[in-house]
Design a protein around this ligand. Structure first.
Ligand code: MG
Length: 268
């Protein structure tokens, strides 16, 4: 009996050390991940305060692109994109909507640095699983810096991984999610990290994001290329890279995707 009890305790300890952590509110996250700078929270800490829920208005839904925008998806085709191997994307188009499809992220053929982005997304119904498994995707600037896309309408997860989070780093200011079946928007500006001639980072990347017209990231510094459950660091990178939409094996719908490359130095 003693032996069984010992083995059971040992197994439990191993499970806790190696596995997810669920807090008293049922939020699944981690406690075995490194501490973020500031020393208050682990990466993906389930105990980090949940962003307050805000019901959004109708800002920018179905926004037509400005005259100088590069339209990356207008409901017709994926000619502006390819898969991770440089081949035509397998993402489906139905009723003018682009649907994330298992097999590969969607990678833009054009490369961007400092940029303004508009993208619309819609979560499928029924909502399905919970936490990070409830219809996960994401927008990766320079293929490296993710704004999380997730169905966080009445679905809590670790705050640095919820909709509008800089993944694994910075929760959104509020939770402005719409229910599944309703179109949602991100309007964002991204500025690239800057490096000196020796390759040292002199300025991190920054993100400003409006989710359904509600600001969720306000010129937020990005600590390093976004990672799962770990810390990272900056290493020199080219000034432009493709935009990426994440395939997380969930059928998230997209429409009306456009960007405006920014020439910020013209203001100097
Ligand atoms: Mg994601």
């Amino acid at each position: 009996m003693k032996k069984i009890l010992f083995l059971s305790l040992a197994f439990t300890a191993l499970t806790v050390r190696a596995g997810d952590y669920t807090n008293s509110a049922g939020v699944i996250g981690y406690k075995d991940s490194p501490m973020l700078p500031g020393g208050k929270w682990h990466v993906h800490d389930a105990d980090r305060p949940q962003p307050v829920v805000v019901t959004p208005g109708t800002f920018s839904t179905s926004a037509t692109p400005p005259s100088d925008a590069i339209v990356l998806f207008d409901g017709k085709d994926t000619s502006q994109w390819h898969d991770k191997n440089g081949q035509p994307s397998a993402w489906k188009i139905e009723n003018g909507e682009l649907i994330s499809t298992k097999g590969s992220d969607l990678i833009s053929k054009q490369e961007f640095g400092d940029v303004q982005l508009h993208v619309e997304f819609c979560m499928p119904q029924p909502a399905g699983e919970v936490g990070q498994k409830r219809n996960n995707s994401g927008v990766f600037f320079m293929s490296k810096f993710e704004i999380q896309i997730l169905d966080c309408y009445q679905n809590q997860t670790y705050p640095d991984g919820q909709t509008g989070a800089i993944y694994g780093q910075r929760p959104p200011l509020v939770n402005a999610c719409r229910p599944p079946g309703q179109w949602q928007t991100y309007d964002a500006t991204f500025t690239t990290p800057r490096f000196d001639k020796d390759g040292n980072v002199t300025q991190p990347a920054y993100l400003t994001v409006f989710h359904n017209g509600v600001i969720v990231q306000n010129h937020s510094p990005i600590l390093w290329p976004t990672m799962h459950k770990t810390l990272g660091k900056y290493t020199p990178m080219p000034p432009v890279s493709p935009l990426k939409l994440q395939d997380h094996n969930n059928p998230v719908h997209f429409r009306n995707i456009w960007v405006r490359p920014l020439k910020l130095e013209t203001q100097d």
